[in-house]
Ligand binder design. Sequence first.
Ligand code: MRU
Length: 355
Amino acid sequence: MNHTTSHPAVETIAWQGDESGHLVLIDQTRLPLELVTLECRDVETVWEAIKMLRVRGAPAIGIAAAYGVVVGIRDMGDDPAELASRFDEVATYLATSRPTAVNLFWALSRMRDVFASLAGKPNDEIRSRLLAEAKAIHDEDRQMCRNIGRHGAELLGPSIKGVLTHCNAGGLATAEYGTALSVFFTAQDLGRELHVYVDETRPLLQGARLTAWELMQRNIPATLICDSMAAQVMREGRVQAVVTGADRIAANGDTANKIGTYSLAILARHHNIPFYIAAPSSTFDLSITSGSEIPIEQRQPDEITRGFGKQTAPEGVTVYNPAFDVTPASLITAIITERGVIDPVNQDAVARHLG
Ligand code: MRU
């Protein structure tokens, strides 16, 4: 049975037209109430969309930024010095949109390499090659997600009936199938029956708004819980595995993901439940040795005190709002990538896997 037909035809990220075209994104801040798209015809709109989480999730941010570069140099002439200066300005600017997901910097670096290889070529040709590179990043992610799903579904095995996930690592966070959710979608495609417990994911509710929505679109049984209920759900034996995505994985396997992931890994260890990370190789940052070097994004206090426009804390209260945390490799049972499974998770195994 093919369950994917119930998924909306709207793509998370799409390019319209040729190299003079524009980027179209699902505005994820409007989900689940409205499925609406946002047209990005200038680089400022792409930057704002990433910053404000209209497009979010590590791979999706990278794809959007790659297209953002093409949008950003659209109106330039052929003067090589002016074009090079504008390209650098645009790529540097997009890199300031969010700090933690390494896919953003990985994608921009690929775009920089292509630009550097085309020095002196006419603007039209440069833009068409850059658009081809952005499309390649997009297409490769689609394929990586499928392969992560294949390896992950095999790893989970038929005995696992209940799983828990955090934040959104689905089609909305990637080119298409997702990373953690790709494991569940693939298991479903294989005829397995999985019940997915979904952490709502305070403070911005990516689990409640996006993951629950994606699972329901695909008719996968899903139960929404508050983040603080995970321990109880584990104690009651409702889940036999935890699978989440990642924003950046250091050379030793330490993994940054949405705030709350680290505590889930500790809870999983206590309850003797395997804790899996699903991520493409573009999420690894081998330039850093451990998770302590991963920059953690700090976001505005009002996301906690006035979430979705309703004040829920006293005016002026001090707030700490890190958007991500780092789960040490020692708490991660295995990392599922498009190439297979890293188990155990340590520096040697990561190097061998990616080498
Ligand atoms: O702040 P967000 O919504 O961009 O955070 C996203 C996550 O933490 C995801 O789990 C991660 O990017 C993996 S997406 C496949």
